[in-house]
Ligand binder design. Sequence first.
Ligand code: BES
Ligand code: ZN
Ligand code: ZN
Length: 476
Amino acid sequence: MTVLERSSVLSKETALVILARGKADLKKYGVTGEQAVFVKNAFALERKVIPFRCGGQFVIVVAKPLKSDKNQLKELIRRAGACLVTLFNDEKVDSITIADSDDNTDHLMAFAEGILLGNYQFLTYKVKDKAKESNALRRVILYSKGVKEQGLERLRILTEATAIARDLVNEPVSTLNAVELSRQFQRLGKEAGFRVEVLNKAKITALKMGGLLGVNKGSSTPPTFTVMEYKPARPRNKKPIVLVGKGVVYDTGGYNLKTGAGMETMKCDMAGAAAVGATLWAIAKAKLPVHVIGLVPATDNKIGGDAYVAGDVLTMYNGLTVEMLNTDAEGRLILADALAYGEQYNPEIILEFSTLTGAAMAAIGHYGIVCMGTVDARTKTKLRNSGDQVHERLAEFPFWDEYDELLKSDVAELKNIGGPMGGAITAGKFLANFVKSPFMHFDIAGPAFLTAKDGYRPKGGTGVGVRLLFDYLSNY
Ligand code: BES
Ligand code: ZN
Ligand code: ZN
């Protein structure tokens, strides 16, 4: 982990990174008049990153992006921060002091956030080359009088929580099956201070969670159902907020087998679960005054002699019957049980995160999160604002009654696929049959896992959902 500190004096011991506007007075950072002219000329040539030596110190001036929209500007600053990581590696920079020429605390924090999130690496399996491939940066100091310790601590927690979620997603199924995923949640609970209970297969069977058991039938690993609870002394909410995360540790599609290309990224199918676990870790660490319960149904979706097949009928935890017409629409089956199970807590709202449909990814790509549901307009606005703040933007899809028609089955109460139209929506509609409380479904299939790096989001698991949820819960 990169160490994050603040200081109101400029250190000569670290490299100095200044986020600066064209007109900025650089002399206050010890930059000589000649060098300031050099920077001005470089800006005129539209150079955005200007490294030079000043006395014994390595200085990097970064052109501060321009944008009138507050959130878009913050995002450009995060991205500017992330793009410096390669330069730090090339120049073997291990500690930096960062400054903003406007002394804008929000901007400096966004810059630090981009640097920290962009500095993430998954090196667990780089045994031979670990040292060589490891990023150089270890320490970031914010030069500021405005940054408060609490803000800094939240940034530490949030960037670490994002890394926790990314690590979980990047871990392959051979080392992170359903049982191991539940152990990881137990570890997180111990570390941050929240309660974790893992229901094993016997308990899941006794509870008659037909969806989770059905998907698990083809697996050689038992399913798990993890219940996490963070309850502070004086929570702001009377009724708990329930978070649900899809924990399909690997999705082959089952007998409706995916193609080779379709399967390549499917270790990411527990990204919703990772977001929920990492969020509980973060809010417990930050001691947010909110009562939150996290539920994660987990299994892989594989083939085997006993695996479920198209045409099977499953009886779900809430008693509804489902005609299984496609074994690759497995996420909604395990989530249905978890959502129905969540009702016992009499929740204020249920927020559910899942890599649920290729249709959501096809619709908006990896640029945002598809969402839909029944929470009130005020909650939707709050969620949307949080999404804009952290740039995990929400695109709300319609949730009209007509879509329910597409899920009617001839032999059971529901079928698990809705046909070629509105695939992301019929998936969400399917889930709505299992909840009574106000609920919101977040389909993160697009942004959960990238096949190429994008700014501070690495190739692989992105940790999407953690920053959104943390922002929402910290404003609750
Ligand atoms: N896990 C997939 C969805 C997915 C696709 C996530 C791509 C991330 C990237 C999900 O279980 C699935 O296979 N959904 C099917 C549903 C269909 C059979 C109705 C899909 O989207 O094709
Ligand atoms: Zn699937
Ligand atoms: Zn899936």
